[in-house]
Design a protein around this ligand. Structure first.
Ligand SMILES: [Zn+2]
Length: 54
């Protein structure tokens, strides 16, 4: 008999370092152009200039 190999874990799950739902960072995405705002202190979108609510 031939073995397919060592014991592999077919159900290996990738590490979710982000943690949390995508909704968590929805408020960090520009509602106008969809640009991800890394600067949370920015009051306006650096790309389209749309004012942010928060
Ligand atoms: Zn924008």
């Amino acid at each position: 008999m031939t073995s397919p190999g060592d014991e592999a874990l077919p159900l290996a799950e990738p590490d979710d370092d982000l943690g949390g739902d995508p909704v968590c960072w929805l408020d960090r995405v520009c509602p106008d152009c969809g640009l991800f705002l890394t600067d949370r202190t920015a009051s306006t979108c650096p790309r389209c200039g749309a004012a942010r609510d928060r």
